[in-house]
Design a protein around this ligand. Structure first.
Ligand SMILES: [Zn+2]
Length: 361
C-alpha cells in the first residue's frame, strides 16, 4: 500500500468515532442532568455503592440509578424514569447542573452519597467579649465566587483561598452575640474538618451585576489545576462539567477521566467520544477554561483526621453553604460564604432550585 493511501486510511480512522462509553437519550433538552448522571456513573465508588444498595432500598433513587448504570455498562440508556422521578415536568427548560447533582445526592442512599460529603466548621468570635461560636455543617459542593481579574487569570486556588479566608462582619453585617445581648462586630471564618472522598467545586459563573442590575454569566477564563492540595490531602481532577451559552440558556457537556481506561472522554448527551488531545499534556499542570462550571476531584492521598470543639451541630442535610451563596445571588447580593448565621436551615430543594433557575431563564 502506498504512503498516500496509508495516510488517507489513518485520517479516516481518526475521524471515526469509537468510544468505550455510551450516551444518554432524554425525553427533552436535559443536558444539565445527562452531564451529572455521566459524572456519577464514572465515579467508581459511587457506581459500586449504587450497585450494592439498589436492590434492597426502594425509598431512594438508587434503584433507578442502578438500572441506568447497568444499561450504560452495555449500551446507550434512557433517562426518562429518572427525569420523572426528579419531577422535571418541562423537559425543554434549561436548568442548573449543580442543583441537579445535589438533588440526586439528596435522594440517594447515605452509603452512596457520603462519597461526596465533606464538613465545614464555621467559627464566629465576638470582637467585644471574645465569645466563640462554632457551627458544623456538611456540604456536597464548595461554591467559589468567580471574579473577572482582567489580564490576570482567576485560578481555583485563588477561589479556595478567598473561601477560607477569615473576615470581620461589621457595620450592617454585625452579628448578634448572646453574651453581649446585642449585635456586635464579629470575626468569622471557616475551615474544612472532613475532607470528602470526592471534592466537588462549583465555579459560580452565574452572578448579579450590580452596576447594570441584571443577572449575568461570567465567561472569564479559569485555571483548573490537575492536582489540588487541601488540608494535607491531595486531590486529582477527574471530571469537569462545562456550560456553554448565557444565563438565559445554553448547553452542558462533561469531560471525564475513566477509572477503567485512564483516558479522558467527552460526554455530550447521546454522543461520547474519547478526547484525543490529553487535557494535561507534557508539562501542563492545569487547564485554562472559559466554560468549566463544576469540577470533581478524587482524593488520592489520605489526610490526618481533624477534631475540633463543636457546640452546635446543624441538622439539615442540604448544603447551607450553597443555599446561602445562591440565595445571595438570586437577591442580587454578593456576600461571600461563610456566614455564621444561617437564615434558612431547611432541606428545601425546591426553594433553592427556584433561585438558580431564575438565573438561567
Ligand atoms: Zn459578645
Amino acid at each position: 500500500m502506498n504512503h498516500d493511501r496509508v495516510e488517507l486510511l489513518r485520517a479516516k480512522l481518526d475521524n471515526f468515532t469509537i468510544s468505550d462509553y455510551h450516551g444518554l437519550k432524554s425525553p427533552g433538552l436535559t443536558c444539565y442532568l445527562n452531564s451529572v448522571l455521566q459524572v456519577l456513573f464514572m465515579t467508581e465508588d459511587f457506581r459500586e455503592a449504587i450497585k450494592r444498595c439498589c436492590s434492597k432500598d426502594s425509598t431512594t433513587i438508587d434503584s433507578l440509578l442502578g438500572k441506568l448504570f447497568s444499561e450504560l455498562e452495555r449500551s446507550w440508556a434512557r433517562t426518562h424514569s429518572i427525569t420523572r422521578n426528579l419531577g422535571i415536568a418541562d423537559v425543554c427548560r434549561q436548568r442548573d447542573a449543580a442543583e441537579y447533582f445535589e438533588k440526586i445526592l439528596c435522594l440517594s442512599s447515605v452509603e452512596a452519597s457520603k462519597i461526596f460529603k465533606g464538613e465545614l466548621n464555621h467559627k464566629t468570635t465576638c470582637v467585644k467579649c471574645k465569645t466563640k461560636n462554632v457551627s458544623r455543617n456538611f456540604f456536597w459542593i464548595l461554591p467559589l465566587t468567580v471574579e473577572n481579574l482582567g489580564r490576570q487569570t482567576y485560578t481555583v486556588e485563588t477561589g479556595l483561598k478567598a473561601f477560607f479566608k477569615g473576615e470581620t462582619s461589621c457595620s450592617v453585617n454585625k452579628l448578634y452575640c448572646d453574651c453581649c445581648n446585642k449585635k456586635q462586630d464579629a470575626d468569622v471564618g471557616c475551615e474544612m474538618t472532613l475532607n470528602p472522598q470526592i471534592l466537588s467545586i462549583l465555579l459560580k459563573r452565574f452572578s448579579f451585576d450590580h452596576n447594570h442590575r441584571c443577572h449575568v454569566k461570567l465567561h472569564c477564563k479559569v485555571d483548573v489545576p490537575q492536582t489540588l492540595h487541601m488540608e494535607q490531602c491531595t486531590y486529582e481532577l477527574y471530571a469537569l462539567v462545562n456550560h456553554f451559552g448565557s444565563h438565559r440558556g445554553g448547553h452542558y457537556t462533561a469531560e471525564i477521566k475513566s477509572f477503567e481506561t485512564g483516558e479522558w472522554y467527552h460526554f455530550n448527551d447521546d454522543i461520547v467520544e474519547r478526547v484525543k488531545q490529553p487535557l494535561f499534556g507534557a508539562g501542563n499542570t492545569s487547564v485554562r477554561s472559559h466554560t468549566a462550571y463544576l469540577l470533581m476531584y478524587r482524593k488520592v492521598s489520605r489526610c490526618p483526621e481533624k477534631t475540633d470543639e463543636v457546640n452546635q451541630e446543624a441538622p439539615f442535610i442540604y448544603s447551607d453553604v450553597k443555599a446561602e451563596g445562591r440565595r445571595d445571588e438570586a437577591e442580587g447580593g454578593e456576600a461571600l460564604v461563610p456566614h455564621h448565621q444561617v437564615k434558612d436551615e431547611h432541606c428545601s430543594i425546591g426553594g433553592n432550585l427556584m433561585c438558580l433557575n431564575a438565573d438561567m431563564v
